[in-house]
Each structure stands twice: as C-alpha cells, then as structure tokens.
Design a protein around this ligand. Structure first.
Ligand SMILES: Cc1ncc(COP(=O)(O)O)c(C=O)c1O
Length: 433
C-alpha cells in the first residue's frame, strides 16, 4: 500500500495566486514554501488547496523493500521509552481531548479533586487491579519522579539506615537502583552480571543473599540489555520480601503480585505516556519511612491520600486508564503475553537464523520479550541499517548509547505487522550485504 493521502487545507492567499492551486509534494506537503504571503495586503481570501502527500517509504526504494507503513502515515516506533502507544487509545484520547465526555473541558483542565477526575483515577486503579489480580492487601499508587525516584524511595521507606537490602544486578537499571540504595541503607550486591556484560540471570546458587535483608531487589526486565527474569528468586530471610522494577515489562504478561512486597514501573513503555510511576505495595510495608524521608517520597502520605496528596499528572493517569481498558478488552494479560511471545519469537528466530549476520548476545533462556538488542557481524553496516530502516518508516532502532548496536523495543502496543516488517527488512538487508 503506497502511503499517499489527499489533504484539503484552507490558506489565506494573495489574490494574484488565483482561486485554486494543486500542489504535489513528498511527505506532508508544505504549501507555505510555495506560496508567499504579503501580510500587508488586506485583500486576502480563503483558498482550498489539494496536496498529495507521499510517505517516504514509497519514495525511497533503496532497500528494494516496500511493505506497508501504518495507517495515516504513522511509523513503526521501536523506541525503548517513551514508546509507541496503541492506536485506538490515541484516537480515543483525541476524540475526548477537547470536551471530555460532555464535561465541557479537557482532562488537562479539570480539578484533580472533582468528580470527573476522581472517576478517571478510580477506574484506572480498578482496571489495573483486575488486569494483575492485585490482592486487596496491596495499595496502588500513582506517583511522579519516574522509576528513578523509586530507587531512593525504596530504601527510605522499607529500611532503616543500618538495615541490609540485597540487590541482584542484571543490567544498568538494577545497578542504578543498587547505587542509590547504598546511600540510604546497607545495600548488598548479591550478584552482578557486569563481568559478563549483563547477558544472563544468575542461578540461585550464584547469588549471595543475606538472611536478615529487609528486601531483595531485582529489575524484572533490563531495558538496555534485554535480559528478563522468567522466574523470580526467593529471598533468604523469613521476612525478606521481593521488590521489582517492572518498568519495561509491566502488564506484558500475568504476574503473581502476592510474591512481591513492592512492584514499581514507569508508565512510558507499556502503559502510557511519561509522567507517572505506578507503585504496587503490600500495605503492611507502608508507614515505616526513615525519619529524614521527604514527605513527597513517603508512601504513607500518598496511600492515605489515594495518590492525590498533591496535583497528580492527571492526563497521564487518564491515558494509562485508557491503556488498561484496552488491555482488558484484548482479553487480559494472558492474551497479551501470547501476542508478545509470538512477536519476540519471530524476531529472535530471524536473528538466530541469520548465520551470524545478526547476533543477540543475551542467553536464550532469559531473552526479553520486550527489548531485543542485536548487533551486526559487520558492525560498520550498523548506521546504514538504522538509516535504511528509518527510510522504511521503522524508527528508533539504535541501541542504547552505553552498549551500541541495535535494539528493537516491541512492547504491547507494537503490532505484529511492525515486527514482521522489521524481520522482512532484516532479510532484505542481509541479502543486499
Ligand atoms: C527498567 C527501568 N528502570 C528505571 C528506568 C528509569 O525510569 P525513569 O526515566 O522513569 O526514571 C527505566 C527507564 O528507561 C527503565 O527502563
């Protein structure tokens, strides 16, 4: 399908341009480049102009590859976050943007304490509870400051300064959490995958856990390195509980929440735009913050005020609510997991079947369903790969600056067609090189 569209646009034009013009251009046409306006001329009139917009994919057959782009000129966005959102969610938000459900205003303009927004945040919470089967003795908090702020909140709320907390570090995010933990408690590095370039998850025997640790922290899915826990480790002490950063695999599959003391996740990968971090916490763990904990970092204040102690990121929470509705409508997280397994398999199979042309460094059993890092055997071709993919409307495939190579983030909202298109492109690129 060639991505062409006809646009009708009204412009104020000078009389001497006549009453109609037809302009054909590439990409979204820019009539203003063609038509000079004399702003001092009072005799302007409105003119209808027909432009034919041609998306770059059909105009640049450099790879000899011409699969569909998404509807309405949207690209396949493989970014790690902020990441692609479901099209139907974006369209629903667009339809409701100006006048939310007859309220006469947008979500962004409403009081966060009014009945309309109260209904939005309550529905978002109850849908999330349904999706993850969150037990009644867990609070759901919608907080700000990103998942990075949680790196400090966790020790401040869950430990005394002299208490021990274990950290298993399987990538850069786990390492950041550990380093922040060291500031506020006796953080113990129970295992680090740094020496093996964060390509695997340790076995239970390899990990040095403390009997008296308050909690055991893991990053369930390392976004940069593409390493994902498939089973969760068991903490050593009788009262030690598991804490997981699920930022990049939140709501990508069912999770037994009761195995965790705390689960936290920035929204901007799988469940919404940037701006909110969701914290799911067992309620007996709330109310023990260190004396010096800033009020805004104390889970108790947010739990007591149902995440409305101060002004929350209302629009982001609304968007997350729409995503939760969409996930439920798709049949819940078991169905979502099936789709994610299928997408990831197609991509990993293509990498593994390329006779080493593409390589994924991560141990097969712990490869992420969400973030797929890969390199090219001929690394000098990597920038061409990224450029040519972009010319085919597949964007943000560059690996994180700390590891290089490529990375395809294939979160819930990445359609199967996007992964299939990437795989077809990879085959053509290989054949051409
Ligand atoms: C696994 C993980 N944890 C934490 C973060 C930090 O999140 P934020 O930028 O919301 O602070 C990220 C961001 O990409 C991440 O991928």
């Amino acid at each position: 399908m060639a991505a062409s569209a006809t646009f009708q646009q009204a412009f104020l034009l000078n009389n001497h341009l006549g009453s109609s013009s037809s302009i054909t251009g590439t990409k979204l046409c820019t009539p203003s480049l063609y038509l000079r306006e004399k702003s001092h001329d009072p005799s302007r009139k409105t003119l209808s102009i027909t432009c034919t917009a041609v998306a770059p994919s059909s105009a640049t057959p450099r790879t000899g590859f011409s699969d569909p782009v998404q509807d309405e000129g949207r690209v396949f966005n493989f970014a790690a976050g902020p990441a692609t959102l479901p099209e139907n969610v974006l369209k629903k938000a667009q339809a409701e943007l100006y006048n939310w459900r007859g309220s006469g205003m947008s979500i962004m303009e409403m009081s966060h304490r009014g009945k309309e927004f109260t209904s939005v945040i309550q529905k978002a919470e109850s849908d999330l509870r349904e999706l993850l089967s969150i037990p009644a003795n867990y609070e759901v908090l919608f907080l700000q400051g990103g998942a990075s702020t949680q790196f400090s909140c966790l020790p401040l709320n869950l430990c005394g300064a002299e208490d021990t907390a274990d950290y298993i570090v399987t990538g850069s995010w786990g390492d950041k959490a550990f380093k922040e933990g060291q500031k506020f408690c006796k953080a113990n590095l129970a295992w680090s995958g740094k020496a093996t370039k964060y390509t695997r998850i340790p076995s239970e025997e390899e990990v040095q856990l403390n009997q008296n640790a308050k909690y055991l922290h893991i990053c369930a899915n390392e976004t940069i390195h593409g390493v994902e826990f498939k089973d969760y480790p068991t903490p050593k002490g009788d009262t030690t509980f598991l804490v997981a950063d699920m930022s990049s695999n939140f709501c990508s599959k069912p999770v037994d929440v009761s195995k965790f003391g705390v689960i936290y996740a920035g929204a901007q990968k799988n469940v919404g735009p940037a701006g909110v971090t969701i914290v799911i916490i067992r309620n007996d763990l709330i109310g023990n913050a260190q004396q010096s904990t800033p009020l805004m970092l104390d889970y108790k204040i947010h739990a007591e005020n149902k995440s409305l102690y101060n002004t929350p990121p209302c629009f982001t929470i609304y968007m997350c609510g729409l995503v939760f509705e969409d996930l439920l409508a798709q049949g819940g997280l078991s169905e979502i997991e099936k789709k994610n397994v299928q997408k990831a398999k197609i991509l990993y199979d293509a990498i593994d079947a390329s006779n080493g042309f593409y390589r994924c460094p991560v141990e097969k059993s712990v490869r992420s369903l969400m973030n797929v890092p890969f390199t090219l055997e001929k690394s000098e071709l990597e920038s061409d790969f990224i450029k040519q993919a972009a010319s085919e409307s597949m964007l943000q495939l560059k690996g994180h600056r700390s590891v290089g190579g490529m990375r395809a983030s294939i979160y819930n909202a990445m359609p199967l067609a996007g992964v299939e298109k990437l795989v077809s492109f990879m085959k053509v690129f290989q054949a051409n090189h």
